[in-house]
Design a protein around this ligand. Sequence first.
Ligand code: BG6
Length: 486
Amino acid sequence: MAQFIPVPAFDLVIVGATGDLARRKLLPALFHRFLDGQIEAGARIIGAARSEMSRDAFRAFAQDACRAGAREAFDEATFARFAALLDYVQIDAAGGGEGFARLAEVLGAATGVRIFYLATSPSLYVRICEGLGAAGLAADARVVLEKPIGTDLASAQAINAGVGRIFPEPAIFRIDHYLGKETVQNLLVLRFANTLFEPLWSRTMIDHVQITVAETLGVEGRASYYDQAGALRDMVQNHLLQLLCLTAMEPPNSLSADHVRTEKIKVLEALRPFDAKSARADTVRAQYRAGVVGGAPVPGYVEEVGQPTRTETYVAIRAEIDNWRWAGVPFYLRTGKRLGARRSHIVVTFKPVPHALFGPVTQTPNRLVMRLQPDEGVQLSMQFKEPGPGGLRIKSAPLNLSYADTFTLRYPDAYERLLMDVVRGNLSLFMRRDEVETAWAWVDGLIDAWAQGDAPVESYAAGSEGPLAAALLLARHDRGWLEDLE
Ligand code: BG6
């Protein structure tokens, strides 16, 4: 079993502790770190939310959450030891300062690392930080902000400025949970711990890159948030752009947070903005209608929302990075809900061989596939001679690495890694203020371009591979999305 180095003593306050994120992700992640011995008995985890709730009721809530999210048989005795770390304080972020004063009493004098995790609507971030500041709780503390940071550049700037008045930038941890996924971190290792790829990693050898994050889930009771956001703000502004940055960035000078983040920002700054014409030609937005997912009929998005809406649940984009390394290499991004299969992967397709030595047979180009989920692995498709007499037949086959077969360790959930990084004070996997804002600037440009050009909202059946227009986006240039891996 892997040895985990215990993190220093900490007090973690989860604001919004009775919400979906705390229940599905944060509490189970903390429980798992506790199970692995990484969190020691001196730590305190304090739930804070608007509801009136006793400490015991919060412990019972956490117990249900941890049981539901348990990676193996749920052990009541271990949970009882974990529950001893839990406490609860009622806070109405939008109300007066009493809740914060109560929290200050419960926290007492700081003895170790103090963290406030804001698992609330971003519209409350500034008010909560002000409440913490006024109660004298912000000094030397860290604050964690969940995505989305705002709904556009202006609101993101307002949040960043408001939070920044209370907490200095190095104390602000902006989460994009994709950066906590093992396979996403592996992207850096694959690129920069192997000599093989770097000489090939540019317009000279690469034809195009595809980044797919496909979900089978619908909006899962989050329709009021999602309908304001849509796939572009919910997924592209953060997760897909982070994947694009890690794929396209220059080698950072070191793994220090600022070196890594500076290189990512350079990619975001080089993304070509859209205008009405290019948005029509190079992007697709679409919404799912009723269909069948995993054998079960599901309603369409409009039915789920309960009123007419044009919000997109699917986006495909042909993005261009205007810099020396990537000029002319399209980065195709796509993400959508209620698709036929859950799969996320990055596909780097290399250029064809310059001379068809083996005749005019269709030769599949070399392809490096990084499978992020659900079946993590790396594939390199190569050409081989098909064994057998009678001519020379060429066949594409993959060199295949499956994480599950190669590494026996359990995959920690992204939040486990990220929460422990906050405790350790390691900012490398969190977004800097200018990174979030640069990503919003590009996304805002596309939203404006869609509006100006009155770009259509296409439709796709739930359970399908997405709208036809997304297939045509690549077919126009004789390319196709990679759907099924070899
Ligand atoms: C979240 C989005 O950030 O990421 C959700 O708000 C989405 O809409 C989720 O379902 C996907 O995360 P994962 O880890 O399941 O790929």
